[in-house]
Design a protein around this ligand. Sequence first.
Ligand code: MG
Length: 383
Amino acid sequence: MTNVTEPDVAVIVVAAGSSTRFGGDKLGVLVAGRPVLERAVGAMRAALPAAPLALVVRSEQVEAAQAHWQARGVLVVAGGARRQDSVRNGFVALDPDDDTVVVVHDGARPFVPPGDVARVVEAAAAGGAALLVAPVVDTVKRLRADGTVEATVPRDRLARALTPQAFRAGALRAAWAAAGDAHWTDEAALVERQGGPVVAVPGDTRNAKVTHPDDLDAVAGVFGRRTRVGQGVDIHPFGPGRALWLCGVELAGEPGLAGHSDADVALHAVADAILGACGAGDIGEHFPPTEERWRDAPSELFVRRALTLAGERGWRVSSCDLTLLAEAPKIAPHRPAMRARLAGILGLGEDEVNVKATTCEGMGFVGRREGIVALAVVTVERE
Ligand code: MG
């Protein structure tokens, strides 16, 4: 059943500024591991998943932006000389009905809670125009041209303007028509000037605009990185007529392990650890040994598939520690090659991957040289 009180919504993210105060492309700078602009668009998407979204970029960046964003359902639009022209270009590209609520957000604001977006949309749907605001906490002084203080400005009725700002499309059209080619700093100011009411919605004070490099650390603190851990254990017996593969490296001339695939016990443990960390089951479930296509398969395939499954769940592998229990062969001479290969498969630096080995001092099935045990611990991260 359709909810008739829910307005149609369209989103414009403005990212066509020159970043002069920042001294470089601030929107591509990483904040807690992801570019500022990705986070800004992501915040709008998370709050308004069904809304069409226009991303307005500088005209020379349109092609690159299209290659990156189009497949993700984002409409890339060339910006204009001033911010207000860029908003207008995004609006024209979306061509919303007059009743649609158009949400305008700065591409340099990587953090805005979904609840704030919902409240500003609701206020604009009811009143025609609304923006998020934050209180002014410092005492405010008005200065003379010579740098001395002229007066202390009462701050109880002052607020900082944030984005998103939201407007009924019809109200924006009317304001534009009345304003002609005047200049305004944001669309809320445009509507104010036309005498239209603009509702101020108190928003999260951490919704900051990245303007100077110094802003990045403060904004990054808002995003909590999540880490999870998975373990994997595997055991294979030695078998006749087999090559020995460990961590995707062939240990030529050594007795091999028996198994359906290439029996790389190390990579099996790593694949299971990845699946474990992201709650995706185990290797037997994804690669049943009953399936002929996995016969003698290089086990690297299993690890790569586990990485894909992790990625689909939003997880990225950040470290791997592997321990082999083997009486023979001697692992130490092969360790650098195994570590490098494992890091390559996982897409990690070698300092994020560790391979170590121990014997079992002659005890048990490992001690009797019947097989090899692999134990892996993997960490995964999600922003
Ligand atoms: Mg196995």
